[in-house]
Design a binder for this molecule. Structure first.
Ligand code: GLC
Length: 649
């Protein structure tokens, strides 16, 4: 395994032979489509080759020619409808940065039974204002525990109980017709130990053995483990698993039955280029690149965020751009701020890697500010956060299907006079409900005695205090919890990007008390916050006075208001205001000619904000309420957990 990154020589135009081969493959296509394809090849060939050279050096050009052939043959299979979508995206390349965007994430079975069921629920999604639907892994997983579908056994088949690839295409088409983009995971760091590649590797086939990181003894695993962090210290300690049949140690970053792929082998790249094209032709518009940070291994490092990861993403994206340019990439990299922004393309990769990435830090800081009733740390952290390229967007969110790890930076904490470790411990105490006065009902996930880490599982409502308030039958407490829940979502809407709602949070669903009843889930309490959709309860969103009505309509209203605010375009970077009142989070958003100031009271106590401290002058209106803000003598008043979106009246 080579250890130093290669600095590739930039490539120029595609060689004549590559263009000719593509021309031949496209011989039966209409002249116009063939020209369009060749134009895109011309445009993206340099990105493809340069990306590949950084990883595969001498073999890069040959690999590039091969994947262009794959792209050409896949293009011949691309439907007229999707070719039209490609054109639409060319015309409106910033479509995903629009203030109209709202994402929704759900397991297809838990949301609607199966893929056909999801089609029937499109009106519900429309009602909320959804424009982007992330369906959790639905390709054929391994039998038995499958990490919520993240252990894929066959990428070309849909999980049987959910439907078929035809159903998937039909669903994508039905969503597209309603203005909703389908988002699926591409699990590219690992496959299930039952995947054909792994089976053939175990059986001794050399070609497939080279798809994985296999080691005859502990020498290399030990050397790597000296600097590798553990992802699942609790149920899958270590990063290597002994496989009896293969007679080797296998690299398994996550669970023992998730085999890490060897991306140092260009054959793996070619396989995934094909899968990307296959999913794009099925109508998938965004691929969530699962655990992308882990793709490239380098001795002496934590084997995350290596430069080759970005080079390979660039190459993979170039393949997509040539054959199916409507396709976007979303990086799932839960890494520190300095490591994160390169996933959206900095330097040589600007505009060439992922279009979207999760803003894990903003998510963590919302919960942190709410627990502390203090927004100074969040303000400091977001101010220090490197700016993203203006053509990309953050996915902002309140929580997702995973646990929340307290990614609070020690230096940020020190900047506000706090201790990082003490604050992280406080957050774990607070959200697991053991901190005196906490109304949160989270569960501790993957306690790591070595690092003191205690990550937290739980639905947004349970973390915000709804569960405790309902149990106590305390209406005043419930009112505060609902405000907290809505505030958390409003921060995500205001900071976005593409704000994401996790299924059920729009109805204040609490933790699933029966999460452990399924023996395959019993060891993984993340299932507590992956409930089934109780449609009878969802119906109460139409009944005034119910909890479901209050949360659903509150959220929907904010989504609708946001859609009309040009400042919410993702090209605008929120500017954090000085925390003149520590309990209030404030930021401004500007696009030429417009400005909006968002203020959030992170506490249950009334707060004030001097009008002189607003980057806005004259009469103001809060677009959320449609009213002027409450103010006296030059001071604005914010009620418990109140949010104001202020613009000039
Ligand atoms: C991602 C997923 C997580 C999964 C892991 C391994 O982080 O979000 O649920 O366990 O990848 O695939």
């Amino acid at each position: 395994m080579r250890n130093d990154p290669v600095v590739p020589v930039p490539a120029t135009a595609a060689p004549f032979a590559v263009v000719q081969a593509a021309r031949t493959a496209l011989a039966d296509e209409p002249e116009h489509d063939r020209t369009v394809f060749l134009t895109r090849l011309d445009r993206h060939w340099p990105d493809l080759v340069t990306g590949l050279r950084a990883a595969y050096d001498g073999r890069a050009d040959e690999v590039a020619s091969r994947v262009v052939q794959q792209a050409a043959s896949s293009f011949t299979q691309r439907s007229a409808d999707l070719r039209l979508l490609d054109l639409r995206r060319h015309v409106e390349p910033d479509w995903f940065q629009s203030p109209r965007m709202l994402g929704y994430a759900a397991y297809a079975d838990r949301f609607a039974g199966d893929l056909r069921g999801v089609v029937e629920r499109i009106p519900y999604l429309r009602e909320l204002g959804v424009t982007y639907l992330h369906l959790m892994p639905l390709l054929q997983p391994r039998p038995g525990p499958d990490d919520g579908g993240y252990a894929v056994m066959d990428y070309r088949r849909v999980r049987e109980d959910l439907g078929t690839v035809e159903d998937l295409s039909a669903l994508a088409g039905a969503l597209r017709a309603e203005g909703i983009s389908l988002v699926l995971d591409l699990v590219l760091n690992h496959v299930a130990a039952e995947h054909e590649w792994a089976r053939r590797a175990r059986a001794g086939e050399e070609r497939y053995r080279s798809y994985f990181h296999l080691f005859g003894d502990r020498t290399e695993p030990d050397a790597f483990e000296a600097t590798l962090p553990e992802v699942f210290p609790d149920f899958a300690p270590g990063s290597f698993t002994w496989d009896e049949q293969a007679g080797t140690w296998v690299w398994t970053t996550f669970n023992a039955w998730q085999w890490d792929l060897n991306w140092h082998n260009p054959e793996v790249f070619c396989e995934f280029a094909d899968l990307v094209l296959f999913l794009a032709n099925a109508g998938v518009e965004v691929l969530r690149l699962d655990a992308i940070a882990f793709l490239w291994k380098r001795l002496g490092t934590d084997c995350q965020n290596q430069p080759e990861v970005h080079a390979l993403t660039q190459a993979l994206r170039a393949v997509g751009r040539i054959a199916a340019p409507a396709l976007l990439f979303k990086a799932e990299a839960i890494v520190g701020p300095q490591q994160l922004v390169p996933y959206l393309g900095v330097g040589a990769h600007a505009g060439k890697v992922s279009d979207l990435a999760y803003h894990n830090s903003a998510m963590v800081h919302v919960w942190s500010s709410l627990a502390a009733r203090d927004a100074r740390l969040m303000t400091t952290a977001l101010r220090r956060f490197p700016a993203k390229p203006t053509t990309t967007a953050w996915c902002t969110y309140v929580r997702c299907h995973d646990d929340i790890g307290w990614a609070i930076d020690d230096e940020d904490a020190a900047a506000v006079g706090w201790s990082g470790p003490a604050h992280r411990a406080f957050l774990s105490d607070f959200y697991s409900g053991v901190f005196e006065g906490s109304d949160a009902r989270g569960l501790v996930f993957q306690e790591n005695p070595a690092t003191g880490d205690r990550r937290i599982s739980g639905t947004a409502a349970s973390l915000a205090g709804v569960e405790v308030a309902l149990e106590r039958g305390d209406d005043a407490l419930l009112d505060l919890a609902v405000r907290r829940l809505l505030l958390a979502h409003l921060v995500a809407l205001g900071l976005g990007g593409v704000p994401l709602v996790w299924m059920g949070d729009e109805l204040a669903l609490r933790n699933d008390q029966a999460w452990a009843d399924d023996p395959e889930h019993a060891g993984d309490n993340r299932w507590a916050h992956r409930p089934r959709m109780p449609w009878e309860l969802a119906a109460r969103r139409a009944v005034e006075g119910t909890l479901e009505h209050r949360v659903f309509t509150g959220l929907r209203h904010a989504v609708q208001v946001r859609a009309g605010q040009p400042t919410m375009h993702a090209s605008a970077e929120p500017e954090l205001l000085d925390p003149v009142n520590p309990a209030v989070l404030g930021f401004a958003r500007r696009v030429p000619g417009s400005v909006l100031v968002a203020l959030h009271n992170m506490s249950e106590h009334p707060q004030e904000w001097p009008a002189s401290e607003l980057p806005l002058e004259g009469a103001l209106v809060d677009v959320l309420s449609g009213e002027p803000p409450e103010a006296q003598g030059g001071v604005l008043h914010l009620g418990a957990y109140e949010v104001l979106w202020l613009v000039p009246a």
